[in-house]
Design a protein around this ligand. Structure first.
Ligand code: ABU
Length: 353
């Protein structure tokens, strides 16, 4: 490793990967229902009393632990340093002055922490149950800080009941009363940051991010694409000049203007792998891939059509599996956080757009 470079250093989604955090599933559970969990995760249920809570099934937990270990082993085999969060007791109840909650999981480090160059940001998180998920990374964060990272935390949100409402079309499930976003609302493309305005990211959050990162970065709001949660199943940056989007949601009319000169693969459909358990994510989770470098992607093994599209464009695929990814709501991008990639801060988009 080049010691002149801080240990936290990642500017985009594709440069050669050197260090990554892979999530864990220890003690993962559905938290107690609250207005936010209802609006964001269970909007299909009319009555909040029907929302399930409690631990995921033993099968989901055991098989996911195996799949995450297999992912970690594959990355280690590719020469990547793999780190893991510390297990937490997610059944433990915690409180703010306004509400009580219990926890969710540490399956998705991508949602909690945002790496922009040498800066690592603890993001506000839109769900009450996820407010303390960052604690599983505190030992790592301290180590990264000691090694030269800039360590920031966004304003802690208050998350009053009135922040949330049931989503309707493109009317979001959250209001604009405070900066709110999950880290996975942001796709990093060097100086250009694509920010999905969705149920997990409001415009005020984008404004906080732009003001914090300053003029070196351009934060582009991606609006009216898809409300459901994160950007990493909706605008999937593969390498300079290549982006994947789900054709039912993203069209030439609403594609972010900065990507219009890129090769845009409008993916028509995904392989739908059924599950007997309730699935938090749609089949489009199949687009949620992790780039190891610009010519190698870790992709769901069932997505053969997607793998062919990528291979036609010079991207090899390493097929792996997260058998319960859709139940837990996270694919290979969600369950990883690239802490360090080689490369420098560049512009890949037409800045005049
Ligand atoms: N980053 C999680 C994405 C989950 C989903 O779109 O279903």
């Amino acid at each position: 490793m080049n010691r002149a470079r801080p240990v936290v250093h990642s500017h985009n989604e594709w440069d050669p990967l050197e260090e990554v955090i892979v999530g864990i599933v220890d003690n993962a559970r559905l938290p107690r229902p609250d207005p936010g969990f209802h609006a964001l995760e269970f909007a299909d249920l009319q009555d909040a009393r029907d929302i399930p809570s409690g631990p995921f099934s033993t099968r989901v937990l055991e098989e996911t632990a195996e799949d995450l270990d297999a992912l970690a082993d594959a990355l280690t085999g590719l020469g990547v340093v793999v780190r893991r969060p510390e297990p937490m007791d997610h059944a433990r109840v915690f409180a703010s002055p306004d509400w009580e909650s219990d926890g969710f999981f540490n399956y998705c480090p991508r949602d909690t922490l945002l790496v922009l160059g040498d800066t690592i940001i603890e993001t506000p998180m839109v769900l009450r149950a996820r407010q303390h998920e960052n604690l599983a990374y505190r030992t790592l964060l301290r180590e990264y800080f000691d090694a030269g990272a800039r360590w920031l935390s966004a304003p802690k949100p208050r998350l009053l009941d009135g922040v949330y409402r049931m989503p309707q079309g493109f009317d979001l499930a959250i209001d604009e009363s405070e900066p709110l976003f999950d880290a996975a609302n942001v796709a990093r493309c060097g100086r250009d940051l694509f920010y999905l305005v969705s149920d997990s990211g409001n415009r005020t959050g984008a404004r906080w991010l732009a003001s914090t990162m300053g003029p070196e970065y351009r934060v582009h709001l991606c609006e009216r694409l898809r409300n459901t949660i994160h950007i990493d199943t909706t605008v999937v940056l593969v390498k300079p000049g290549l982006v994947l989007v789900p054709a039912p949601y993203v069209t030439p009319d609403n594609l972010p203007a900065q990507l219009r000169s890129w090769d845009v693969v409008y993916v028509e459909d995904m392989v739908d792998v059924p599950s007997t358990e309730r699935q938090a994510s749609s089949k489009w989770l199949g687009l949620n891939l992790l780039m190891v470098n610009p010519t190698l992607a870790i992709v769901d093994r069932h997505q053969e059509g997607l793998r062919r599209e990528l291979e036609r464009r010079g991207v090899d695929t390493l097929p792996l599996e997260l058998r319960h990814g859709r139940v837990l709501g996270g694919g290979f991008h969600c369950v990883t956080l690239d802490v360090r990639r080689r490369g420098t801060l560049e512009s890949y988009c037409d800045s005049s757009v």
